[in-house]
Design a protein around this ligand. Structure first.
Ligand SMILES: [Zn+2]
Length: 86
């Protein structure tokens, strides 16, 4: 497979293919290092694994956004008050 990187919500992930990831695992995503690991199997299987891990990447971004909004509201009561009264 020729895919070297995936860009997910503006973040670039390096895609690495492995002969064996161990156990039942066929893929995983490392948010800290920005790496998606995929075990080599059928082309369709690898594409499904890439999509699966990309969905994790998208959901991780949603989690980061949720955390950002939560802390923005919690840490900035004056802003929240000003918006409420606008
Ligand atoms: Zn998963």
């Amino acid at each position: 497979m020729n895919i070297k990187t995936l860009k997910i919500n503006g973040f670039e992930y390096e895609v690495q293919f492995h002969d064996d990831l161990g156990g039942d695992m066929v893929g995983n995503i490392d948010y800290v290092e920005g790496i998606i690991n995929v075990e080599k199997h059928s082309k369709k299987g690898m594409l499904l694994t890439l999509l699966h891990e990309a969905i994790h990447g998208i959901l991780f971004s949603a989690q980061a956004l949720a955390h950002g909004i939560y802390t923005l509201i919690k840490d900035n009561p004056e802003l929240v008050k000003a918006i409420k009264n606008s």
